[in-house]
Design a protein around this ligand. Sequence first.
Ligand SMILES: *Cc1c(COP(=O)(O)O)cnc(C)c1O
Length: 381
Amino acid sequence: MEWKIPLADVDIGAEEREAVDQVLASGWLTMGSITQEFEAEFAQHLGVKHAIAVTNGTAALHLACLAAGLQPGDEVILPAFTFVATAAAVRYAGAIPVFADIQGEKDFNVSPASIERHITPKTRAILVVHYGGYACDMPAIMQIAKKHGLVVLEDAAHAVGAQLQGRSLGAWGLVGSFSFFSNKNLTTGEGGMLVCEDDGVADLLRSLRSHGMTTLTWDRHRGHAWSYDVTNLGYNYRIDEIRSAIGRVQLAKLDSNNELRRSLTTYYRQLFEQAVPELTIPFSAHPGLSACHILPILLPQGVNRKAFMDAMKADGIQTSIHYPPIHHFLEYKQLETAYPRSLENTESIAARQVTLPLYPALRPSDIEVVVEAVRSAVQNI
Ligand SMILES: *Cc1c(COP(=O)(O)O)cnc(C)c1O
């Protein structure tokens, strides 16, 4: 289907093509010097010590869970209102995902009070997700973690370039993970990144990324090593030079593109306040600097969401849902039965949430069209 206004769009141009051409001409395609530069620039941009590039955001989450030392039977508290990969990564490490509720209609992030209610003697870690690029209440969550001796991990897939109290999201916990999937704020097609401060954790992540080997093909190519040992059960989660080259160009554009997303989000809010005051747009006046990854809205009670999305589609406007909550999926229903659940906010909000188009090249006139379509759909359904 040809959308008049799509949900998302990439910002890829001549610079990315040029960067890819240079890699192809160089003859060295897999993880090497371009990846090292991408990592160094990413770390500097976020103000963190270490950045480790990987093949995708899910692999990043998997390695973050391993770095947290999760063992089979350990419990990890996370929101159910996230992409399924957040919970899958916990299970790859053999641990058990335990779902906490979200804050409410104004803030779709995990609730610190609900996190605390789900802590048991088996709890080992808290895995937060900065929904839409808006910061979780990290000061409160770090305090809970400290009190109970828990590790904090951050799924910052939506939050590249976002901050709270001047500190990058992804840089609050032991390890932060990012995704560079095609619809994310910084894309390499497929790709991901881990960030951390601790030297030992960084060494472990680098080792796990590449088969647990002590040297890389790149080191041997440069004559720095001739053999290797294997010291961990590692994976092949490497990124390649082609993607890293795209990532460097994308990183240079990140701040200006995030700024565009923020001003477009502000324009949406202004228009909705006038045109559809009964609509809730979460995260208004939210603390910190958001990456404004998506534009979530909450339909008023009683508006049929499917009919709403169909009406938008009839107007050529693509919408989506972020997210069907994980505990509703067949694969997860059976898994979680042992745990008492009270995810009232998640249930009520997940049933009414819709995501509207947002990307840097979206024009104010497009937003006017979307807002009018929303107004008319909400009124007529
Ligand atoms: C995109 C995303 C992921 C997974 O990243 P991939 O690069 O697609 O593997 C994980 N968590 C959240 C919240 C995401 O949005």
